[in-house]
Write a protein that binds this ligand. Structure first.
Ligand code: ZN
Length: 252
């Protein structure tokens, strides 16, 4: 079975459609949050995700736009974009976002936007230390997909049965900024961030997502060019903050 895992679409329809066009061969698509926020097409992105994604979890921008999380957590440009998104959002898409769970399980995968314990707090995983609570909450599950940082990378450590009980950190952090193949080893646990579809922040402005092959036991991170300028023009027309427009061009 082939599953695509997409994350952090952020209302970027051009990037989302480019990714989906390349995914005609997959059996299922999952989304690990932040369908909306920042970009110019929140309704269209919700509609595509509603139709195509077999499971979607709540991101912090999804939560903020529907009023489930206070906007005080956001910097000024994120807040401005969230308020704009709130005004644009159609009733059926608001209902869709309101119904999203904080975590999901499918095909042996665990999915969460931030960190697995207390998923409604949306804690960031940027280091092996920050990955530890999620590893410890995975139980016997070998694979957890996260989003939130917009950085394509993964964390790996020996599974519960493979290591002495007193050794609970010992994780490696591996960058996947240029894409590539992860070969999943038996007895190891993985936390994989597929990177961001619609607002990459790892220095590579290409859209980023993952394809999990459950038979071959591999996860491929793919990076794809998409028409960035078309999105930037829409953002300018909508008067979204210039900083958000510029960052799409350099992936930062
Ligand atoms: Zn995000």
């Amino acid at each position: 079975m082939l599953c695509a895992i997409i994350s952090d679409i952020h209302s970027n329809l051009e990037a989302l459609n480019t990714a989906l066009d390349s995914l005609s061969d997959v059996d299922a698509i999952y989304c690990v949050g932040d369908v909306v926020g920042y970009g110019p097409n929140p309704n269209e992105c919700c509609e595509v995700v509603r139709e195509k994604s077999a499971a979607t979890v709540m991101g912090n921008h999804d939560a903020a736009v529907i009023g489930k999380m206070a906007l005080d957590w956001f910097n000024s440009v994120a807040r401005e974009a969230a308020e704009w998104t709130r005004e644009q959002l159609a009733a059926e898409n608001r209902i869709f976002l309101e119904g999203l769970p904080y975590t999901a399980q499918a095909e042996g995968l665990t999915m969460v936007h931030g960190s697995l314990p207390m998923p409604e707090r949306f804690l960031y995983i940027n280091s092996p230390w920050e990955a530890r609570p999620t590893f410890d909450s995975m139980g016997d599950s070998a694979l957890c997909f996260i989003g939130h940082t917009h950085i394509a990378e993964y964390f790996v450590r020996k599974g519960r049965r493979e290591r002495p009980p007193w050794r609970s950190v010992g994780a490696d952090q591996i960058s996947m900024t240029e894409g590539g193949l992860i070969e999943l080893m038996p007895g190891f646990q993985y936390i994989i961030n597929p990177g961001s579809i619609g607002q990459p922040r790892d220095g590579n402005p290409q859209a980023s997502y993952a394809v999990y092959d459950s038979d071959a036991r591999t996860v491929e991170i793919r990076r794809l060019e998409y028409p960035i300028q078309a999105v930037q023009e829409k953002m300018r027309a909508a008067n979204l903050p210039e900083m958000l427009i510029a960052r799409l061009g350099y992936g930062g």
